[in-house]
Design a binder for this molecule. Structure first.
Ligand code: SF4
Length: 486
């Protein structure tokens, strides 16, 4: 932890602690679901410390940017956002109050003290492993000290952010994320996560189950267990014995009120027998899995240090489908990784055909400073990457369209989550995670309704509530596509 003396005006906490006005915190979250979860837990923690949450940065006494380092020029985007916040800070001071600014997340971890040097508007820089220390860090900032905490402390931050013994976790809807694992030991050559989030660490089963019980009691019906490499989960289970993700899913599925389970993001190499058995045995575990392959070329997979071959990946897919025939698979792809040839790229197009994904995220490779791939001399020209990306996305889109079209006329159980865009409309999720728009009363939010699919959009489905006793048909097989060549 680093403290730097700052001069100037009294700090936010000094002023606001002395006034009767309730302090307000605004957290802006970037990037992945893990950041969303962390943002919610930071807000919960600060709420216990006397803050109220605000959706508008203009009336906040504390702004936290929870940053992501995955996208290109991530740090530069944070600095330009801080430029905007500088104006807010000036306006707040003119109005007789002060504004504390904190930068959290992976950019905070990667940039550290550089942030307060380049952006003096920032009072606190806090890495992802230290969020539970926020009240103490803010108190120091309130005494006029610039605080940088990017350590990997020994204590369990989750026991502070989502303690097993107090009702700290606030439900924010009928579906919730629960972080079960953080960090990564895989060191894919394109990825910053092992550097920004550290080594793999798993929460004990008991703390996770306690958090899920609280969420279920607050009305949450669907839980998504999340981690950077979630199926590397190896938390302490009963009697301190290590538990796998499959073991954990069985425990969470037994929590009363939990109707649906998902998990993300998985590494193909860590799909073990207990996880496959969970897909076979647990009705609550939804038939949908995001299983990134990144490339279909063995040469590129080796260069990426993915630690599995194309055949290994396809074997995992086969085992999953044997256990749960209707499982819908999605993936991430990187095109134009250094050294990728046209033949390598065609292998990627071929694996899309072989697996028949229900959807996928695809990106042009862009170098992340400090990663091995960024230093390679055989970078692919950007124009070529753009062409390959368009070809891949066209292929993925066609598979997704076929998958969605196969849903028309069928009936699914849909968890109705929130109001839709149209009056009288609700939006829910199918078992395959597709958004489903249904005309239904808001009293059904939180219910799992049988819905007949009447229309198919590019990214969502349209349906009608079924009234009869006939059960949902529930399952679709991922349809095979014929005649789409490389
Ligand atoms: S497994 Fe995932 S999180 Fe870990 S290094 Fe590879 S891409 Fe990054």
């Amino acid at each position: 932890m680093t403290y730097m003396k700052a001069g100037g005006a009294p700090r936010a906490n000094e002023i606001n602690r002395n006034s009767s006005r309730l302090r307000k915190v605004h957290v802006k979250s970037y990037g992945c679901q893990m950041n969303v979860y962390d943002s919610h837990r930071m807000t919960d923690l600060l709420t216990r410390d006397g803050y109220a949450e605000t959706a508008t940065p203009e009336d906040a006494d504390l702004i936290i940017l929870n940053t992501c380092h995955i996208r290109e020029k991530a740090a530069e985007k944070v600095y330009s956002e801080l430029g905007r916040i500088k104006k807010l800070k000036r306006q707040a001071e003119l109005a007789g109050r002060s504004l504390t600014v904190a930068v959290a997340g992976c950019v905070a971890q990667a940039e550290g003290e550089e942030i307060v040097r380049r952006a003096p508007v920032v009072d606190v820089v806090v890495g992802p492993q230290s969020y539970h220390r926020l009240p103490a860090l803010l108190a120091k900032a309130g005494r006029g000290v610039k605080v940088v905490d990017t350590e990997f402390p020994a204590e369990d931050k989750f026991e502070h952010l989502a303690p097993a013994t107090t009702p700290a976790t606030r439900a924010r809807g009928v579906a919730a994320f629960v972080t079960v694992q953080e960090g990564c030991d895989k060191f894919c050559t394109f990825c910053v996560v092992p550097y920004t989030r550290g080594a793999e660490a798993s929460r004990p089963v008991a703390g996770i189950v306690a958090e899920v019980e609280r969420l279920a009691a607050a009305g949450v019906r669907e839980i998504t267990l999340i981690g950077q490499n979630v199926n590397a989960y190896h938390g302490d289970g009963d009697g301190g014995r290590p538990a796998t993700l499959g073991d954990l899913l069985r425990r969470v599925a037994a929590v009363p009120g939990v109707a649906r389970l998902r998990y993300t993001t998985s590494h193909p190499r860590d799909v073990d027998a207990s996880l496959i058995a969970a897909h076979r045995d647990l009705a609550a575990l939804m038939p949908q899995l995001h299983l990134p392959v990144q490339s279909g070329s063995d040469r590129i997979l080796a260069a990426m240090n993915r630690r599995h071959s194309r055949a290994d990946y396809l074997a995992v897919v086969e085992r999953l489908r044997a256990a749960r025939p209707d499982i819908a698979l999605t993936s991430d792809f990187i095109v134009g990784f250094p050294g990728e040839t046209e033949e390598d790229f065609r292998d990627t197009l071929r694996i899309v055909e072989e697996v028949g994904y229900a959807g996928a995220f695809s990106f042009k490779y862009s170098p992340r400073p400090g990663t091995p791939a960024a230093a390679r001399g055989d970078q692919v020209a950007d124009a070529e990457k753009a062409v390959r990306l368009a070809r891949l996305q066209d292929r993925i889109d066609r598979h997704q369209a076929v998958f969605n079209a196969a849903c028309a006329g069928r009936s699914f159980d849909v968890l109705l989550e929130k109001p839709g865009r149209l009056p009288g409309q609700l939006v829910g999720r199918s078992p395959y995670l597709q958004p489903v728009n249904v005309m239904a009363p808001s009293s059904l939010i939180g219910e799992i309704a049988s819905v007949r699919i009447t229309g198919v959009g590019s990214n969502s489905l349209f349906g009608a509530l079924r009234s009869g006793p006939e059960p949902s048909q529930g399952q679709i097989q991922q349809p095979a596509l014929a005649g789409i060549g490389a």
